[in-house]
Design a protein around this ligand. Structure first.
Ligand SMILES: [Zn+2]
Length: 374
């Protein structure tokens, strides 16, 4: 196939580094067109949003009035989850706050978690994922040469959170996902983490030992048990406020003694390396492009500012070298072995078994039932 001619969107900064990007006759791309469309349905950064959020919160309080906790929050120490905990406590909710430790926390993330918990006076429950399981899964994903190396971490975090919620009879899962800073991400730059069949199939082919107690959740648990039987609900409160990254960081520095660590998802040393080295070098996917495009669409930065930020070198050669060495060592590889694995020809998630269609169907039916009941 002939290489595609380079093109960049006129409105955001997404470009042909997404091989499936499409442009309309104005030169705007499918990502920002669909984000603007989604904004109409899911984003309320105004008075209306405030009112909607207050209604949701009243309902959560009412339904949880006789319980020890009325909702659950997963705290990573990053911007979104820390601010979510701050917002929930300030609104008078009583969250069960859970940190799932997959073994890659940066020092700053740990400090942030400690300050948030102390300042908000909340109890923290930490779940430590069995490192031998985690390591074997991550080694398998690297050997499979796939783009989304965050799946073993993300899956464990979701699964542990759902388990905690279930055990404590909590119905509301508050999630830091938000339109304002993450409306754009090409589908083919990653794959969804909830697909346990996919994860298992990668491990079966490339894993070296049996997984013992890695927290997991399959399609039926997700959509039948948790959603239909337990009627668990995921709420994204940050979509109901005027969520501005710079302001939020300032507020948290002032109120919580929280510190920024220099990049989206850099609270995990692994994710930093994966996002800022592995993906751009091996796949030509630079997630900053999508993160900055999201900020353009929510009006937080201009397109020119975003283009300037893309030129900044956020990850020095020295840092790359030391992170590569650190990650290789934790995964029981020499730096040379790890480099060889990174150099393997890239694969797609669809080259391995998935339940992609089942999940798409699950999403559709969930929206269908949601529309009926509303
Ligand atoms: Zn665009």
């Amino acid at each position: 196939m002939a290489a595609r001619t380079y093109q960049i969107c006129n409105r955001c900064i997404m470009d042909t580094s997404d091989p499936e990007i499409k442009f309309d006759y104005l030169g705007n791309c499918n990502h920002c067109n669909s984000a603007l469309d989604q904004a109409q349905k899911n984003w309320f950064p105004d008075k209306n949003g405030e009112k909607l959020l207050d209604d949701i919160i009243e309902r959560i309080k009412y339904e949880g009035r006789s319980k020890e906790f009325d909702c659950i929050i997963g705290l990573s120490g990053g911007v979104d989850s820390s601010y979510l905990a701050y917002l929930a406590v300030n609104k008078g909710l009583r969250p069960l706050v859970v940190h799932v430790d997959c073994g890659w926390n940066s020092e700053q993330a740990v400090k942030n978690i400690e300050s948030v918990v102390k300042k908000l006076n909340i109890e923290l429950h930490t779940f430590v994922v069995n490192w031998e399981d985690m390591k074997d899964l991550q080694r398998a994903f690297f050997k499979a040469s796939l783009p989304d190396q965050d799946i073993p971490q993300d899956h464990a975090i979701f699964a542990a959170l759902y388990n905690f919620a279930d055990k404590n009879n909590i119905k509301y899962v508050l999630n830091g996902l938000n339109f304002a800073t993450e409306s754009i991400m090409p589908e083919n730059w990653g794959y969804q983490a909830m697909d346990y069949r996919h994860l298992k199939s990668i491990h079966k082919k490339f894993g070296a030992k049996k997984i013992r107690d890695y927290p997991h959740i399959n399609f039926f648990q997700r959509y039948i048990y948790y959603t239909l039987i337990k009627r668990m609900k995921i709420i994204n409160p940050l979509n109901y406020i005027d969520y501005r990254k710079d302001e939020v960081i300032e507020t948290m520095k002032r109120e919580l003694g929280w510190q920024y660590y220099g990049g989206k998802h850099y609270e995990s040393r692994f994710t930093k390396f994966f996002q800022s080295y592995y993906l751009p070098v091996k796949f030509n996917f630079d997630k900053r492009r999508a993160h900055l495009s999201s900020l353009i669409i929510s009006g937080q930065i201009s397109r020119v500012e975003a283009l300037d930020m893309m030129k900044e070198n956020v990850y020095s050669e020295k840092e790359i070298g030391s992170d590569l060495e650190f990650i290789a060592k934790k995964l029981d590889w020499s730096p040379q072995e790890f480099k060889k694995i990174i150099d393997l020809p890239p694969k797609r998630h669809q080259d391995f078994p998935t339940n992609e269609n089942l999940f798409k169907f699950g999403m559709k039916s969930k929206n269908y039932f949601k529309n009926i009941f509303n």
